[in-house]
Design a protein around this ligand. Structure first.
Ligand code: MG
Length: 666
């Protein structure tokens, strides 16, 4: 009976796995295999539907963010690898017709690539011209009836500037009296194309390393397809998996060069599905609202969202006369933007497995991917409506109620966006030390990996003028300020680490550019000793090859370091000697305006102080000062401080603070 059951289970599970339906991702790859290129899929124009606007409403303004069009890849070595392996096998008379055809196609792509990394191809220009033309014909009244003034701004990358040019040149051709300003420059990069985030990418890499191990690639079919004698052909392919990866790379950009053939057909479909998955999952985890990183990722797109909202508000208020604002950028900020907006599909919060099955990357973010926000108004109402087009198709924000169809009240959208991400940041108090030791390098590393905004640690000066990291003034009965470094270094932390020096601590701090070191300078016996401590701490910000390699210098610039102290004298000294750095006074007994007059630009008070003086948060903010609060570990206090609008919450429980902060978001 047992044996019968076992066989039945085997048969049933074989049946079930054979009958397993395609996931949505596999279905969409079957529909159009070129989507396996993900973010190097050329723009796929899909049928549009326009829901009529509510009665009396007319479009008057368009805010657009578009990614550059189709481009070449970097390096070209993958194309050369495929071409050369197949050419050598061809000379030995081993290629099948498929092998011969792939060899020629790889050679053509290598030639078209022509050593120009990331260059916009002619197709990329056409994509933008076509987008402009469709936008123009879809919303003619925006261009004909308004100010005729359009402002276009692009990232400084040549392919993006050329994309902007392709778009605006077509608009001008359609309506020569349009007045279009074009601009690009470094100052726009901070919001158009902010860089990668180190914390997020290292978290992603750890997960992807595990996922990579689940890949099961067929290594036989491709040899059979390309070589008359697969065994003999194998001699020309040092690494079959790497070779398939190179074929995948060739196939990914064929469209960008106007090659009509689907080159993914040279690989088994199951392998294409897996290469595609590896390709897009890391982007999903790095850039989107994933379960893993969404809480870290979404806030980074706030600057871009804030600017688009402000531009629209100025047009609505009549202080900006533009008919359209066109912004040209890149794929990753684009994904961050549409996820911040919470657009359906793309912004869903998914696990790695759910994303692998359901998230449709080439649909969300191909070359020339774009977001268009179309604003409407009516003569009879003050209400402004907005419609979101993702790759020109009407999209919804499931978290808010539309007025009608895809039309949202702009005020509802703004209220939603204001609560989309937490306004407070998390500072780990002495690192994340549960299971570690307070103020240990391990606790700092943990805070970096968790994605804290900052990690706090305490500093004392030894008798021989060295700076060490420890909270208490004594270790095992040894008074740090009266002992030498050598004496202090005989002591161990609870996790076995030797008491770290400031230099050692900073060497770990700069390994992550996105978690600020928050240096607490402890009060010392005299103003002179405190001055020496300040000098040493400021010296630690000047990179020296022995501890902080010069390439990390920018990680210690003013925006990337904060100082706190209970010593009023130390705060005044820091404010004087380190202008631009955040300096927060800890004492809780001085009104913000008094500190501000002394040049101190922040406060970091115990939460009981803010219960007594809630008005100090606004007072500080009105003066441009930052507000931190310590040490908040209880839910009700976290909620209270969150609702007061502090900038940072210092805590022993970063996970709880993150949960409570996000509870107030939508
Ligand atoms: Mg402290």
């Amino acid at each position: 009976m047992k044996r019968f059951l076992a066989i039945s289970v085997l048969v049933l599970s074989a049946f079930l796995s054979a009958a397993q339906p395609d996931t949505p991702v596999v279905q969409y790859l079957r529909e159009n295999p070129r989507r396996a290129a993900f973010n190097t899929h050329s723009y796929e124009f899909l049928p549009l539907h326009d829901t009529p606007a509510p009665k009396g409403y007319k479009p008057f303004y368009i805010s657009h963010y578009g990614r550059h069009g189709s481009r070449s890849e970097w390096g070209g070595s993958q194309y050369a690898l495929v071409r050369d392996i197949l050419a050598r096998a061809g000379e030995a008379g081993l290629l099948t017709p498929a092998g011969d055809s792939l060899m020629h196609e790889a050679a053509v792509i290598y030639e078209l690539y022509n050593g120009m990394d990331g260059r916009l191809t002619p197709r990329g220009v056409r994509e933008h011209a076509a987008l402009a033309e469709r936008m123009y014909h879809r919303y003619p009244e925006v261009f004909r009836d308004g100010s005729k003034h359009i402002r276009a701004v692009s990232s400084t990358t040549p392919r993006v500037i050329v994309s902007m040019n392709g778009f605006t040149a077509r608009l001008t051709a359609l309506q020569p009296d349009l007045d279009i300003d074009l601009d690009t420059g470094e100052k726009y990069m901070a919001y158009i194309a902010q860089g990668e985030n180190g914390t997020i990418s290292s978290r992603t890499e750890r997960v992807m390393a595990g996922h990579r191990k689940t890949m099961r690639l067929d290594t036989v079919a491709v040899l059979r397809n390309l070589f008359k004698d697969p065994e003999a052909g194998k001699a020309f392919v040092p690494d079959v998996i790497a070779f398939q990866g190179a074929i995948y790379s060739v196939a990914k950009v064929a469209e960008a060069f106007d090659i009509d053939d689907n080159l993914f057909r040279y690989l088994p479909f199951g392998n294409v599905v897996q290469f595609h998955e590896m390709n897009f999952l890391s982007a999903y985890l790095n850039q989107c609202n994933s379960e893993l990183n969404g809480a870290l990722r979404l806030p980074l797109n706030k600057p871009l969202v804030d600017i688009l909202v402000r531009q629209a508000d100025e047009v609505i208020a009549g202080t900006r006369r533009n008919a359209a604002d066109l912004t040209f950028g890149h794929d990753w900020p684009f994904l961050g933007l549409v996820c911040y907006l919470g657009l359906e599909g793309v912004s869903e919060k998914l696990s790695v497995e759910e994303a692998a099955a359901n998230w449709l990357p080439a649909y969300y973010c191909p070359f020339a991917t774009n977001l268009q926000m179309i604003f409407y108004r009516s003569r009879k109402s003050d209400r402004v409506l907005v419609k979101f087009l993702h790759n020109e198709r009407e999209s919804h924000i499931p978290a808010i109620q539309a007025v009608q169809g895809p039309y949202y009240d702009w005020n509802d959208v703004k209220a939603y966006l204001a609560r989309r991400v937490p306004s407070a940041q998390i500072v780990a108090h002495r690192g994340i030390w549960k299971g570690n030791a307070q103020n240990s390098i391990a606790s700092l590393r943990e805070a970096q990996q968790f994605g804290c905004w900052g990690s706090e640690f305490d500093l004392h000066l030894t008798a021989d003028d060295e700076v060490v990291v420890n909270h208490d003034p004594t270790i095992d009965g040894l008074d740090i300020q009266k002992s030498t470094l050598a004496e202090v270094r005989t002591k161990k932390l609870a996790n076995g680490e030797t008491v770290p020096t400031l230099a050692e601590y900073m060497a770990q701090a700069v390994r992550n550019r996105d978690c600020l070191p928050v240096l607490e300078l402890k009060p010392h016996a005299s103003a002179e000793r405190e001055d020496v401590l300040v000098e040493h701490c400021l010296k630690a910000l000047r990179p020296a090859p022995s501890n902080i390699p010069p390439q990390y210098a920018r990680r210690l610039e003013p925006a990337k370091v904060a100082f706190i102290s209970f010593s009023h004298h130390i705060c005044r000294e820091l404010a004087r000697k380190a202008p631009g750095y955040t300096v927060q006074y800890l004492g809780g007994d001085i009104a913000p305006s008094v500190l501000h007059a002394e040049g101190i630009n922040g406060i970091d008070y115990h939460y009981s102080v803010f219960y007594k003086h809630p008005e100090w948060v606004k007072e500080a903010h009105d003066l441009g000062m930052s507000v931190n609060v310590w040490t908040v570990d209880d839910r009700k206090d976290i909620e209270a401080m969150r609702d007061l609008g502090v900038d940072q919450i210092t805590t022993n429980d970063p996970a709880l603070v993150r949960t409570v902060l996000w509870e107030a978001c939508r």
